[in-house]
Ligand binder design. Sequence first.
Ligand code: UDP
Length: 329
Amino acid sequence: MKPGKRALITGGAGFIGSHLAEELLAGGFKVTVIDNLSTGCRENIGHLLKNKNFRFHKNTIMNERLMSRLIRDCDIVYHLAAAVGVKYILDHPLDSILTNVQGTEVVLRLADKFHRKVLLASTSEIYGKDLSSASSEDDDRTLGPTSIGRWSYSDSKAIDEFLALAYAKERKLRVVIVRMFNTVGPRQVGSYGMVLPRFVQSALAGKPITVYSDGLQARSFTYVKDAVWAIVGLSLHKKAEGGVFNVGSDQAVSIKDLAIRIKTRSGSRSKIVFIPYAKAFGKRAADFEDMGCRIPDISRVRKLLNYRPHFDLDMMIDETLDHFKGKRK
Ligand code: UDP
């Protein structure tokens, strides 16, 4: 794929999508974004609206007439539109499942019709729970029962992956699947549950930093620019076609240590408080189950792209602090 090509980004007004749009424009692509602004926002792409190579449609990916035209008129689809954030998913289970399953079905069917390449953004939720070590792409999945709503997200995204792989196998559709792990950076909002911006916002406001449970659950964080670099690299690499790739960082940190680091680096006087899940989630608690560990094995993407995240955790915390300080001015 050469510069001058046309990319369609579904969910392009979201946190990751807006950074992807910037990266593709910088690489010489013409970029069209479709987003219904359910969790994304116009502000995320406001600075791109004047760019002659950028188009924005506030619309849903379920609008097949529009999607048909947009997919016909592009060379590659970056399919990022999906429900995001644990809290959003618990509050809107129906919308989350339908967007993931029906929306992706529309994208893949039309991409197949017009023979367009698709990059499908999937998620580390695919792996499920009880993860004791780094997850690799071919690991088994371990999920909770259907009575716990959280797991519907994992299964709906798994259906997306199955569909994409089936189109690749039976219809020779060119697809690349990326499983995104915890990603952070400017424009991410804490309101849907993402821990790092939540802790940063609490620290800046002098409010308690609320660690759920004992805080020993482990995560790793990737800066959005590193993640987008990997997404673009994989989408343009011939050998990535038909493959599934983890995109994230393999540097683990416990949530308790994350809280301490954010408090220290911000110089905040906020207290770090530990609260049980039942209190944190209230009536949503019945639908929630946490993961003790969510860390990717990134050897596959590292090997193909020589991928190495550039931003370490302290840099990410500082960038996020700067971002929210800027917003408060
Ligand atoms: N978490 C927390 N306090 C918060 C928000 C999240 O302790 O205010 C914990 C949460 O229980 C989880 C981790 O931080 O163990 C990451 O949560 P997030 O929702 O950001 O991502 P995910 O659980 O989907 O990896």
